[in-house]
Write a protein that binds this ligand. Structure first.
Ligand SMILES: Cc1ncc(COP(=O)(O)O)c(C=O)c1O
Length: 373
């Protein structure tokens, strides 16, 4: 069904969408067209590019159910967006930031770097306590200014209940920041339902886009609270009036984009998201979860050979399944899988499989069969 869009080499079993995804055919076509246009007429049709940029903001708005596309900025990557938040807020000595102990370095080091302002970072063990959410909420106190979590953990694949966390933060006046890179494009995400103030995600994982173009959502009501650290023409309200000496900062999230946009990335991600949105997040989520269930069921049948690191309950995982072999080192099994052209990753203390919605079941089955051997 998706064969015309996903034209991976027959030899490869691609189980690494949680790292960097292959592009759909239409994305490659869009980039080729954009390149050809640049060769033939340069930027003569720049206004069309701006229209694609604006369409991309609307696609991203739809993807996360933002109230308005003015809340969407297009930045370089997740780490940059996290840094915009961390270095935009006015910190006081004694403030703390709460994260989980499973975060990817981007959502840890940026907060730890605030130590120079007297800010402490508390990394919560989300395996302790009745539930991950209880463990996190127990760590919030009167000095907590911000909670920053991944919607889905890159190593274990654990999915948090963002609505519980967001509601508690809003009630306590704590800012809520969500690294959604392991979630957007794989499972449904509703920024209004989960009451996040900031959401960020680069395109190159489940959104099937290229590296170097990222969503940064900033809730309109908190936008003014972020001091700006970079300046340029593109972030001004009247950005095309180059002679304006009385410039004003854009009222929208474009204020976080100081200069010329990544137009190649914009064209690519626009094409990738057209496929995601056409397919529909509900359909994609169902297929992603079906793959996850298929893998989990396989590992549960072999308890003396594999330990599942990913939680088994349906509401606790998305597209990632991480497992540890009990009778050999993960590294040697990973190497064997590599020689058999199974492209996956060593993460979270085990081997991480991350197929996407379109991954043919027979390829996934073949990868699992190799583990029988
Ligand atoms: C949870 C998470 N956050 C962030 C990143 C990377 O962020 P960036 O877009 O800055 O490269 C990754 C990459 O693996 C990730 O898994």
């Amino acid at each position: 069904m998706y064969e015309s869009e996903f034209r991976l080499d027959d030899s490869i079993i691609y189980l690494n969408h949680a790292a960097v995804s292959p592009w759909p055919q239409r994305t490659a076509d869009a980039v080729k067209r954009f390149a050809d246009e640049n060769v033939a007429v340069g930027s003569r049709n720049y206004l069309n590019w701006v229209a694609t940029e604006s369409a991309l903001r609307q696609q991203l708005q739809q993807l996360i159910n933002a109230a308005c596309s003015d809340e969407i900025a297009l930045l370089k990557n997740t780490s940059e967006a996290l840094s915009v938040v961390a270095y935009g807020l006015p910190w006081k000595p004694g403030d703390n930031v709460v994260i989980t102990s499973q975060e990817f370095p981007s959502n840890r080091v940026v907060w730890e770097s605030l130590q120079k302002y007297g800010v402490t970072t508390r990394a919560v063990d989300i395996n302790a306590g009745d539930s991950p959410e209880t463990a996190i909420l127990d760590a919030l106190d009167d000095h907590t200014r911000l909670l920053s979590v991944s919607a889905v953990q890159y190593g274990s694949g654990l999915k948090l209940d963002l609505c519980i966390l967001g509601a508690a933060c809003r009630k306590k006046g704590i800012l809520f920041c969500v690294d959604a890179i392991q979630s957007l494009g794989a499972v449904r995400f509703d920024v209004q339902a989960c009451q996040a103030d900031f959401v960020m995600a680069d395109a190159h994982k489940w959104m099937l886009g290229p590296e170097g173009i990222a969503l940064f959502y900033c809730r309109q009501a908190v936008m003014e609270r972020l001091d700006l650290k970079q300046y340029g023409w593109h972030m001004l309200e009247d950005m095309h009036n180059f002679d304006n000496k009385n410039w004003e900062i854009a009222g929208s999230a474009r204020r976080f984009e100081c200069g010329s946009p990544n137009m190649t990335g914009i064209h690519a991600l626009h094409a990738s998201l057209s496929l995601i949105l056409e397919t529909g997040l509900q359909t994609i989520e169902e297929q992603v979860l079906d793959n996850t269930r298929f893998m989990i069921d396989y590992f549960l049948q072999l308890p003396d050979r594999y330990q599942l690191i990913t939680p088994t309950a349906e509401q606790r995982h998305a597209g990632i399944v991480t497992f540890r072999p009990l009778n050999e080192a993960p590294e040697s099994l990973f190497e064997m899988l590599g020689t058999e052209n199974v492209f996956c990753a060593l993460r979270g203390g085990g081997i991480r499989f991350s197929p996407h919605f379109y991954t043919p079941r027979k390829r996934l089955f073949k990868a699992l069969e190799l583990l029988d051997g």
